[in-house]
Every structure is written in C-alpha cells, then in structure tokens.
Design a protein around this ligand. Structure first.
Ligand code: RNT
Ligand code: ZN
Length: 418
C-alpha cells in the first residue's frame, strides 16, 4: 500500500476514534453491502429478444460509442465494471437478455436453460443474481397494458411470463447459493383522463395472485413488486401505484421495491424505509436519479442518496434491504456510468457507517437538538476520502481517479471497435 494512503488513513482513523467511531468496523460492514448492478445500463435497455425499440414509457437518451450488442459484450463490459468496484456485488438481469442459440422463444416460454450462460458466468465471478420479467418492448405490450390488460388472453400470456420468470429466479438462486429477487414492474397505465381507475387494478391484483400462486422456496427466490407514479405515455394513471403495491406487499408479504425516481420530485424514498419495514419483511431499492422527471440519470453522491444510506444504517436495516441500481445513460461511457453510480452508493454507505449513530440517538432522545445539528454539520468535515482510498486499496481496486484510466483504455481497445 502506498505510504500516503496508509498515513492519511491512520490520521483519519484517529479522528474518527475521537468521535467514538471504529473505522475498521465500519469498513467490515461496508464490505457486506452488495449492490445489484442493472445489466440494462450496458445496452440502453435494448435486450436481445427483439429488434424494435424500447417501450413501456422509459427512455435512454444519448449515442455514446460502444453499446453492448451481444450477451458476450455485455458480460465483458460488466466484468470491467465489477473489477473497478470494491466489494462483492450482484447482477440484476432482465428476461429479455436471454440466450436461445437462435431459436425463437417467446416470453411465456422462457426457461432456466436460456440463462445458463449468465448463471455460469455469475458463478465464475462470485456474483449473486436478481431477475426481472420484461413486461415491455414486445408486441403483446403494444397497447400499454400487460397484467392489467382488459383482454384475458393478453393477461394470461403475461401471467405465464411472470410464472416462468419466478422459475428462472429459483434456478438462479439454487445455482448461486443466494436468493434471487424477481422484481415485477409493469408499464400499464393511461396517458390521459381516466374513467375507470378501479377495474385495471382489480385485474392486476388477480394477475399477481396467479403469478405468485406457485410456492417457491424463499431461500432460493423472493418476489418483489415495484410501483411508479407516472411514465411517458402513462402520465395520468399508473395501475401499479405506490398505494397499490404497498398494500399488496403488506397483505401478501412480498418484498417492496422502492425506486427513487418513482415518486413526486421532492419526495424521497429515504423516509419510507423505516415505515414500510414495520409491515413488510424486506425492501428492494432501485437507486436512481431523476432530473426534473424520472429520467434515470447516473446516481451521484447526493444528499438524497446519502439519506437513503443513512436510513438503512441508522435503522439497522442492512440485512433487510437489498440495494439495486436503476439508471441508464447512453450519453457517457456506459461502463463509467456503472462505476460512478456504484461508487457513489458505496461511498454513501461508508459515510453512513462512519457516523456515531448511537451517540446521536442518545442526544436526540434527550431533546438536545442543538448538539444534534452541530454534530451533523461537524461530521461533514471528516476525512471520508482517506478512509475510502484505504478501503479501495485493501479491496485491490483502483484508488482515486485511476479507475477512469482503465475505462479509457478499454474504450480505445474494445468499445471503439464495435
Ligand atoms: C421503470 C422501472 C424499472 C425499469 C427496469 C428496466 O420505471 O424503474 O425498474 O427501470 O425494469
Ligand atoms: Zn426501477
């Protein structure tokens, strides 16, 4: 380890000790924070099972060189991203990233074998996997409705897709020895003034009940449901709203997925965590960054992300909260996007873990708000960078901006030739 990094860390360690914080303990906990990296950042949510564009009211903008166009390219790109991140992480895969050896397999007929290569690759790299049925970018989703479609035949197609995906999740969990979270998000909704807000929700509830009716061992696979406020083309009404899925998850004990871009722009998911965890066992986060709307910009070390990490750590919720990322930016190097977003989230968790939380809680319970505010501001001047650089070094990943050099080299040698 370089002398300046070691020296800076030793000084930082002393400074944190003065606050009663054990930096090593914080870093040991940080090493257990596993991020589920969204495969779809690598190819602008294109997938491999269709030629048409992206539908479902989400949008990747930009045309940076080097988009992954095959599963091999996507794995190669992901591999570089993982190599630049401290810690052991996960892969979040969508159903449309299947591999069928040229055979046409529709979404209702997909099987674990179509994801065999992904599983083998994940195993080789020590990655857990999470999974998502793809209820968009498909002719049967062209009406903007899937599980809540008024036509029973369309609903049944998508119910079969959901069921198939849970079996695939189960296989992933078994193959990798870590439960796979299969997360249901559907785009269903209306662009404009809506007359019947109830019937589609009744249909969605029935479809979900059907999908989840096959019992699956929760040590292999867990079901999650993801709500949304609006999408492009579903500005006025989204069937799977927050109230809908919160109620569904509580009643059926499902994992609740909270996406930070899926609420009113000033509404933060941070404050929701300690509320919903009183009533559901586990939460899945989709950490994202909306700019003026649910734009899925690359996540940064913002106050918003910091408060999410603080809430998880302060509540002692690390074992019950799964941290997924959900952004897709095609205007910058896509691997850099993964690295920037992941490092930001890990830094947010590190800062939260370096907080003298017990001390602050005591002060709060004693109604000493003056000390609470003073200490929180005082902590902002602590040497987090020194601890972060030390952590990266101990985890054998590049320190400071050195990771970008590796991405640039890869861009020249690999991406520019695609
Ligand atoms: C869409 C949801 C959903 C998707 C992915 C691709 O608004 O956030 O999670 O981003 O399934
Ligand atoms: Zn999401």
């Amino acid at each position: 380890m370089s002398v300046p990094i070691e020296k800076a860390y030793a000084l930082a360690k002393e400074q944190f000790a003065e606050w009663g914080v054990d930096t090593q303990r914080a870093l040991d906990q940080l090493a257990t924070v596993s991020l589920s990296l969204q495969c779809w950042q690598g190819d602008d949510v294109a997938g491999f099972d269709h030629d048409g564009g992206l539908s479902g009211g989400i949008l990747a903008t930009g045309n940076y060189l080097g988009r992954a166009t095959t599963p091999e390219e996507l794995r190669q790109d992901l591999q570089l991203a993982y190599r630049l991140l401290p810690g052991q992480h996960r892969l979040n895969l969508h159903a449309m990233y299947l591999e069928t050896e040229g055979e046409k397999v529709d979404r209702d007929a997909i099987e674990p074998r179509h994801f065999q290569r992904w599983m083998a690759w994940a195993k080789e790299h020590g990655l857990g996997m999470d999974f998502n049925p793809t209820f968009f970018s498909h002719p049967r989703a062209a009406d903007g409705f899937t599980l809540a479609h008024p036509d029973a035949a369309v609903r049944s197609f998508w119910v079969d897709h959901g069921k198939a995906c849970r079996r695939i999740g189960e296989a992933m969990g078994a193959a990798l020895g870590s439960p796979c979270i299969t997360n249901v998000w559907i785009p269903d909704g209306y662009k404009d003034v809506t007359i019947d807000r109830s019937a589609p929700r009744r249909r969605l509830r029935q479809s979900l009940d059907e999908i989840f009716s096959d019992p699956i061992d929760p040590t292999l696979q867990l079901d999650a449901v993801e709500a949304k406020l609006f999408g492009i083309g579903s500005e006025s009404y989204v069937v799977g709203s927050h109230e809908f899925y919160l109620s569904y998850a509580v009643q059926n004990q499902k994992v609740l997925c909270l996406d930070s871009g899926h609420f009113h722009p000033t509404e933060s998911i941070a404050d929701k965590i300690s509320s919903v965890l009183q009533f559901v066992d586990q939460v899945l986060l989709h950490i994202s960054r909306g700019v003026r709307w649910d734009s899925d910009h690359v996540v940064l070390l913002s106050d918003d992300v910091r408060s999410i990490a603080e809430e998880v750590v302060r509540g002692g919720f690390l074992p019950r909260v799964h941290v997924g990322l959900d952004f897709f930016d095609a205007s910058i190097n896509r691997i850099a996007a993964w690295v920037i977003g992941s490092r930001a989230v890990l830094q947010a968790f590190m800062i939260a873990l370096l907080e003298p939380t017990e001390r602050l809680k005591k002060i709060e319970t004693a109604f000493d708000y003056t000390s609470r505010l003073s200490m929180l501001e005082g902590l902002k001047a602590m040497p987090y960078g020194a601890v972060w650089n030390y952590y990266c070094t101990t985890q054998n990943v590049p320190v400071g901006m050195a990771w970008l050099d590796e991405v640039r080299t890869y861009e020249k040698q690999v991406l520019a030739k695609r």
